[in-house]
Design a protein around this ligand. Structure first.
Ligand code: SF4
Length: 304
């Protein structure tokens, strides 16, 4: 899930190498193979006494748009969706990336604790963060034990009520203070065309969060010819109104910053020729989603 410099997208912009402390305050991307053989197994060793290893795409130590306050953001490797607008296709492969344990992430993150204030902390994003649910449970459990605020950034793609996954998800929600959830298209058929998958399980996850009192931000990427339809936006706005604990609703205007990465990887860019939405269309989407009604984020604090 990525939102990037303002949302899902900014996260997907090319990262900068680290050569100084202040540069590390931006983002570190680890060297990794691009488009190797894609393993479909989550590959998380979880045997007793063995630390859970996370596969990390990059680290942003001073993020300000992916959750409340200033946050240390771990972008996890792996995603099964294939969103046409994805700006970081190099996060798709599963089981590659920098291997780090929760303890290693925490030790690194705590160097920035002075910047977090009452609401900042650690965010897990992706790729699709829930691909590595065992790792996030371990990381967030240890973070909460130290009083650190935790935030999950997800598209919800892996969500299922099948066991043992569902019990793990419940365990994760118990140590998650807030979730950033993308609804890519409220119409499932269009969602499938846009991402390769329908949205039924994603809406089921959001319903679970709403029912169980889990705080969330809802994000929606506005893409001409894909998601910018009044009919769908109206339906999405009505759907969000049925939910509880929505602290914020954001429209993320599509942009073309990912084009070069596709070019470098030799992949055809699916949205070539599609321009970002105009300010009028963004304002229209914000009105149809009633963005101004969701102000809980202004005073949000982690639930005790
Ligand atoms: S393909 Fe995966 S990582 Fe890319 S935008 Fe979609 S959910 Fe996010």
């Amino acid at each position: 899930m990525q939102t990037g410099n303002n949302s899902q997208f900014a996260k997907r912009t090319p990262p900068s190498p680290v050569v100084s402390f202040w540069q590390t305050m931006q983002r570190r991307t680890f060297n990794m193979r691009l488009f190797d053989t894609v393993s479909d197994s989550p590959t998380i060793p979880n045997a007793a006494h063995e630390p859970v290893v996370g596969y990390i795409h990059s680290i942003e130590s001073f993020g300000s748009v992916d959750g409340p306050g200033i946050r240390y953001i771990a972008f996890l490797q792996g995603c099964r969706m294939r969103c046409e607008y994805c700006h970081n296709p190099d996060t798709w492969n599963i089981g590659v990336g920098e291997e780090m344990t929760a303890d290693e992430i925490l030790a690194d993150a705590l160097r920035y604790k002075a910047f977090w204030g009452d609401t900042g902390g650690i965010t897990c994003s992706g790729g699709e963060s829930l691909i590595q649910i065992d790792f996030i449970i371990d990381l967030f459990t240890k973070a909460k034990a130290q009083g650190i605020t935790t935030c999950l950034d997800t598209s919800g793609g892996p969500f299922t009520r099948d066991e043992p996954w569902f019990s793990k998800f419940e365990q994760l929600m118990a140590v998650t203070d807030i979730s950033l959830v993308d609804i890519k298209q409220i119409d499932s058929a269009k969602h499938r065309k846009l991402t390769g998958f329908g949205n039924e399980n994603i809406l089921d996850m959001i319903q679970y969060m709403s029912t169980h009192g889990d705080d969330m931000w809802i994000r929606h990427v506005l893409i001409p010819t894909r998601t910018d339809f009044d009919e769908d936006l109206t339906k999405l706005g009505a759907y969000i109104k049925t939910l509880s604990h929505v602290q914020k609703v954001e429209i993320l205007p599509y942009h073309t910053m990912g084009f070069n990465k596709y070019h470098e990887l030799g992949i055809k860019y699916p949205l070539e020729g599609i321009e970002p939405p105009t300010p009028d269309r963004v304002a229209n989407a914000e009105a149809l989603l009633h963005v101004q009604d969701y102000t809980g984020y202004l005073t949000w604090r982690p639930q005790q």
